[in-house]
Design a protein around this ligand. Structure first.
Ligand code: ATP
Ligand code: MG
Length: 260
């Protein structure tokens, strides 16, 4: 099952720079929330804070009702780069997180094989990362996260380096497997369509200092499919988010231009 995530007046200052405006948010267990916003608005900062990887922020974060003090065993993080160990097979990469948890080898391999099966990679278990495509490597990264039975998954542009078709396929696949586990997800993307297609809720952030300027529920059927992007609600949402992002990006460009 997923956990609730609560942010109370969470902000982050780097030196003189306010990267994240005080932000208060409440995410329900098992929901899929996507953050979109201009480059540098603090999306990764927010995600890293919730991951317990970014210390020195202001305010308070509660995960499952417990104040966050650092990384948690059941929070899974997926980045744009799969960061696989090249000298390990796919199955040993998928089992990697279980090693730190001192799970015995045989059990590790059983669990890893099962999660590889769920992402369609069981036939590649004994291959090495260099024998896989970029999309398959990200599938291994997803499997590695699933192996720890996460109740919270934080994904920072996980499919940003992939072509659009692969991105859609992997996004829907991620959605399907997290629905099975009930994990809560916070996802970051620059693709508005991807945000609408995958999410229950979209948070649009302003240019730095990042602040939530739109908090929208996505009213699409639970069973997601690319054809839903033609749904009037979806197209309306895409336009609304695009309008806000264009305004934010233009403002950021003007500001950059003015400061050089
Ligand atoms: N460790 C750091 N030290 C100093 N400044 C930082 C640090 N990390 C991030 N920043 C600054 O904080 C702001 C927010 O950065 P962040 O990486 O969170 O943005 P982002 O929304 O993830 O951007 P992108 O879409 O490009 O990934 C940026 O202005 C960035 O330069
Ligand atoms: Mg980022």
């Amino acid at each position: 099952m997923g956990v609730a995530v609560e942010l109370h007046e969470v902000d982050r200052v780097y030196g003189e720079v306010l990267a994240l405006d005080p932000t208060t948010l409440s995410l329900a267990p098992g929901t899929f929330t996507t953050l979109v916003g201009p480059s540098g608005c603090g999306k990764s900062t927010l995600l890293d804070i919730v991951a317990g990887l970014n210390q020195g922020y202001g305010g308070e974060v509660l995960v499952g009702g417990t104040p966050l003090t650092g990384p948690r065993a059941h929070t899974g993080v997926i980045f744009q780069e799969a960061a696989l160990l090249p000298w390990r097979t796919v199955i040993d990469n998928a089992a990697f997180a279980l090693e730190a948890q001192k799970v015995p080898r045989q059990k590790r391999r059983e669990v890893a094989f099962e999660v590889l099966r769920r992402v369609g990679l069981s036939e590649f278990a004994e291959k090495y990362p260099h024998q896989l495509s970029g999309g398959m490597r990200q599938r291994v990264a997803i499997a590695r996260v699933l192996s720890t039975e996460p109740d919270l998954i934080l994904a920072d542009e996980p499919f940003g380096a992939l072509d659009e078709q692969t991105r859609v396929i992997l996004g829907l696949e991620l959605l399907r497997v997290v629905r099975q586990t009930g994990a809560t997800v916070i996802f970051v993307t620059h693709s508005i369509q991807e945000a609408v297609l995958l999410s229950d809720r979209i948070l649009v952030m302003s240019a730095r200092p990042g602040r939530v300027v739109l908090d929208a529920d996505v009213h699409l059927p639970a069973e997601r499919d690319p054809s839903l992007l033609a749904d009037p609600h979806a197209t309306e949402l895409v336009e609304k988010v695009w309008g806000l992002l264009r305004a934010e990006a233009e403002e950021a460009l003007t500001r950059q231009g003015g400061s050089v």
